[in-house]
Design a protein around this ligand. Sequence first.
Ligand code: CTP
Length: 416
Amino acid sequence: MPDVINLSSRTEGQLPPGLLEFIRAAGELAQQRQQRLYLVGGAVRDLLLGRDNLDIDLVVEGDAIKLAGEIAGDYRAKVTAHPRFGTARLEWKGGRADLATARAESYARPGALPAVQPGTITDDLARRDFTVNAMALELNPRHYGELLDPHGGRRDIAARLVRVLHDLSFTDDATRIWRAIRYEQRLGFRIESATMKLLKRNVNMLSTVSGDRLRHELELVLKEESPEKPLRRAGELGVLGKLHPALRGDDWLAETFALARQDQADPSPQLYLALLAYRLTAPELDSLISCLRLPKASAEILRETPELKKNIRELSMSGLAPSRIFDLLHGHSPTAINALCLASGSPNAAGHCELYTGVLRNVRPSLTGEDLKKMGVPEGPGIKEILLKLREARLDGRVDSKRQEEEMVRGLISGV
Ligand code: CTP
């Protein structure tokens, strides 16, 4: 019988008091129902690594939705149940936790979602992706803090290795290829050599994964602290190329992502995506968009880049009139312009993009269409024309007050 490892003092040191109190209370309730409750997955891994993680995933050998309902009563928590999956989310003032029924899974075919039936914690851990994610911490009072580690997660954490539980792991679920890369790069681990062989052998299995699931994995990568790291690794392993062969996880990408972080505290995943896709041609973008089944709004942002890039030469020139900068960038989304600004490599172009997003795009004449009508401009396209001329004059500093605008309009009306 292996030694029992108890991590309760680590939980005390690492989890905020509100969450600690919650998991203890949940453990007591589960005990009263004679069910076993566990903290599982990333939270246990990060506890052993000494990394903060407030993502609380609980697994109960029993009905998770019922148990969640009872805990919620004590905690005045909101429960969102997903009966199809036997899971429930609890949200209360001090935090959030996900509760799932322990389950056993089997895969009908590669890439498909697994068939699920209730099981034990041992079944539940055995269906997981990597040894470091396949540990559980018991929460019932008598065994509170005891570690369940049937697959050697602790050993692999010490050796800093990402290792699958069995040879069919990537075949069952090829999104684990992206996950392995993400954990390796985030935690400074190495993909263990047999796992690496399996990964390389199964890269083609990524074609069995739906666009929605691929997009989800890419979004998770783009939410990492330094997404260029997993993207570089994915490039080396031929995984990035499965999204589109023209995508590169190279030095340029790393430098441009780093620049984005210097420029703003927390660049959005959408900005990172626009930079990743920046060097693609319009047809290449179309195929990436359909591979990832990108929603319309995201796809539109990517599709702006080829148009915007046509203006890069002119935007790189010095001494450009503000109204010209406005014309070159008007109608484009802030994210696409931001990507252009970071990717152009031209300080002039970057300066012009910043001037546009910071100032020029908000410039409007003081006079309205109504004012123009009152001044005698006949209704019709002439109004719009004059308003555009007024904005241009405002942008270039030829007028800077309502009075000067009125003078300009009078001049235009009388044909001066
Ligand atoms: N899991 C898995 N296979 C997947 C996705 C998830 O086995 N394709 C399991 C892992 O045990 C993982 C847990 O489900 O630990 C929760 O998944 P997720 O929330 O995506 O991961 P975390 O471990 O919480 O990691 P992260 O820190 O990236 O959120």
